[in-house]
Design a protein around this ligand. Structure first.
Ligand code: 5GP
Ligand code: ZN
Length: 112
C-alpha cells in the first residue's frame, strides 16, 4: 500500500516526531499553518474517520489521551489549541490515513 503516513510509521520517510508509543505517533506537519501544527495518527492504517470500526474504539480513545500528552509536550495546554480531522472531499482530506491536526501557538479564528 502506498501510504505516506504508513511510511512515516515504518521509518521509511523521516518526520519530526513529538510523541510515540505502541499505538500512535505524532509528528510536525510538513507545511504548518500555525506556530504549533502536529499530526497525531494511529500506527494502524485507517483511511478516514468513516473507516473507524467498532474494534478500533479503544485505539481511538487511546489516541485522544495521547493528544493530551502531545499538547503538554508542545506547551499549549494552558493557552489552548484545536484538533481537526478532515474527512473526504469537502473536508479537504488529502492523506487517506486518519490523522488529527493539533493546531495552536496563536489565537485561532473560527471562519471558513
Ligand atoms: P489533510 O489535508 O489530509 O487533512 O492533511 C494532510 C496533512 O499532511 C497536510 O497538512 C500536509 O501538510 C501534511 N503532510 C503531507 N505529506 C507530509 C509528509 O510527508 N510529512 C509530514 N510531516 N506532513 C505531511
Ligand atoms: Zn497508512
Amino acid at each position: 500500500m502506498d501510504c505516506i503516513f504508513c511510511k512515516i510509521v515504518n521509518g521509511d520517510i523521516p518526520a519530526k516526531k513529538v510523541y510515540e508509543d505502541e499505538h500512535v505517533i505524532a509528528f510536525h506537519d510538513i507545511n504548518p499553518i500555525a506556530p504549533v501544527h502536529v499530526l497525531t495518527i494511529p500506527k494502524k492504517h485507517i483511511a478516514s474517520l468513516l473507516e473507524i470500526q467498532p474494534e478500533d474504539k479503544e485505539l481511538i480513545g487511546h489516541l485522544h489521551l495521547s493528544l493530551q500528552k502531545v499538547a503538554a509536550e508542545l506547551g499549549v495546554e494552558e493557552s489552548g489549541f484545536r484538533v481537526i480531522t478532515n474527512t473526504g472531499a469537502h473536508g479537504q482530506q488529502t492523506v487517506f490515513h486518519i490523522h488529527y491536526h493539533l493546531i495552536g501557538g496563536r489565537q485561532l479564528e473560527w471562519k471558513m
